[in-house]
Design a protein. Structure first.
Length: 102
């Protein structure tokens, strides 16, 4: 897992043709605004979260965020344990995000 600042995260994401943006907040949080092109898998689903993560393509790069960076850090650690080699945590989360939000 790599913790990336907003600037590092944005720059690396823009250069990555194999990127998936993963929002691990609740559905309600997601519905209130999200980074464009994100998919939402709620980390609070516990085993359901793990089951959904296991279905993802391990060859892709995952740019993971939550509200503040805490849950996304946990999600990246879980993903690493499941064999995902490219999971990048957005430090500061969406509350510090200065880019576009849908």
């Amino acid at each position: 897992m790599a913790d990336l600042t907003q600037e590092e995260w944005s720059e690396q994401l823009s250069l990555d043709d194999n990127a998936v943006i993963l929002d691990v907040r609740t559905e309600d949080e997601f519905d209130n605004g999200y980074i464009p092109n994100s998919i939402n898998i709620d980390i609070y689903e516990g085993q359901g979260f793990i089951s959904k993560i296991k279905e993802l393509d391990k060859s892709k790069s995952y740019y993971v965020y939550c509200r503040s960076g805490n849950r996304s850090g946990q999600a990246c650690a879980i993903m690493n344990q499941l064999g995902f080699e490219k999971a990048y945590n957005l430090v500061g989360g969406i509350i510090e995000w200065e880019g576009d939000i849908n």
